[in-house]
Design a protein around this ligand. Structure first.
Ligand code: NAI
Length: 331
């Protein structure tokens, strides 16, 4: 039998945490034959609720779940973890300035970076979900210099999956027949969902989405804004932000990273830019990636037209601004 993998979920008493931990315990993240030990962190005001989640995990009697650590102590939470899913953060409340929210999250991610660096397994893979996800991941990277930068990523897979979902609904095909959309840039409304390289498997073979969806106008405007605004649409409908889809996408992100992407398929991940596609180094930017043997690589050589270029640069610009705002919060 395989040794258990230790998976940290921060903010585990929250909405996404509640959807995510049972998925991990059922093998949706690391596979149906991989035992796991869950480490759950939250803050003191949520300690009792966190313990309630632990009780439910015990009650669910998951065969793969070999242990549960539920704690408000960051060092204990990070001890020897192999995977860290960072969902905890400070939410934007009505009337709060952007700078104040950034400042709270910068201090949380600075502290948690140090704890991971000190206590996590040296090859720990990190996924930041909490917003501002790209910039929180960047701060985490800056303050955990001994963790390889390739191991620090942020979640844009939810946006990627939303884009697949919109194409599938439009064409009335199954979502698993659609692939290779791309989310470029920030996990925010400036993200650029790109269908120029996406394909659909049909009874007469693989076709490009541009070829099948003849309404360019829809692809170039409504499709893009629907994906960009989907988070807000969920809040409007549910009076709560996306949780089950975020949790499921976080599992997809880690699963593909660890176990590999299927041949001929790429996914979107927020990763440290190496300058690919003219995106400045030093930003955590969402790119198309393939994964093999636990490592992602950015898909190279895709043709970028003028329309895409402008949108990719606009979201990079926003990230550069977020970065300077975050740095101005460091003291
Ligand atoms: P929530 O408010 O229900 O849960 C957040 C939890 O984090 C709370 O239990 C809170 O006590 C905890 N927390 C706060 N500070 C903490 C700290 N320093 N250490 C550990 N835990 C801490 O929020 P929800 O709905 O679960 O969302 C979590 C985050 O994920 C939010 O920032 C949200 O904006 C983000 N998000 C990101 C998505 C993405 O695609 N990247 C999609 C959906 C949400």
């Amino acid at each position: 039998a395989k040794n258990p993998v230790r998976v940290l979920v921060t903010g585990a008493a929250g909405q996404i945490g509640y959807a995510l931990v049972p998925m991990i315990a059922r093998g949706a993240m690391l596979g149906p034959d991989q035992p796991v030990i869950l480490h759950m962190l939250d803050i003191e005001p949520a300690a009792e609720a966190l313990n309630g989640v632990k009780m439910e995990l015990i009650d669910a009697a998951f065969p793969l779940l070999k242990g549960v650590v539920a704690t408000t102590d960051v060092a204990e939470a990070c001890k020897d973890v192999n995977i860290a899913v960072m969902v905890g953060g400070f939410p934007r409340k009505e009337g709060m300035e952007r700078k104040d929210v950034m400042s709270k999250n910068v201090s949380i991610y600075k502290a948690q970076a140090s704890a991971l660096e000190k206590h996590a397994a040296p090859d720990c893979k990190v996924l930041v979900v909490a917003n501002p996800a790209n910039t929180n991941a960047l701060i985490l990277k800056e303050f955990a210099p001994s963790i390889p930068e390739k191991n620090i990523t942020c979640l844009t897979r939810l946006d990627h999956n939303r884009a697949l979902g919109q194409i599938s609904e439009r064409l009335d095909v199954h979502v698993s027949d659609v692939k290779n959309v791309i989310i470029w840039g920030n996990h925010s409304s400036t993200q650029y969902p790109d269908v120029n390289h996406a394909t659909v498997t049909t009874s007469s073979g693989e076709k490009s989405v541009r070829e099948i969806v003849t309404d360019d106008n829809w692809l170039n405007s409504e499709f893009i804004t629907t994906v960009q605004q989907r988070g807000a649409a969920i809040i409007k409908a549910r009076k709560l932000s996306s949780a089950l889809s975020a949790a499921s996408s976080a599992c997809d992100h880690i699963r593909d990273w660890v176990l590999g992407t299927p041949k001929g398929t790429w996914v979107s991940m927020g990763v440290y830019s190496d300058g690919s596609y003219g995106i400045q180094e030093g930003l955590i930017y969402s790119f198309p990636v393939t994964c093999e043997k636990g490592e992602w690589s950015i898909v190279q050589g895709l043709k970028i037209d003028e329309f895409s270029r402008a949108k990719m640069d606009a979201t990079a610009k926003e990230l550069a601004e977020e970065k300077s705002l975050a740095y101005s919060c460091l003291n």
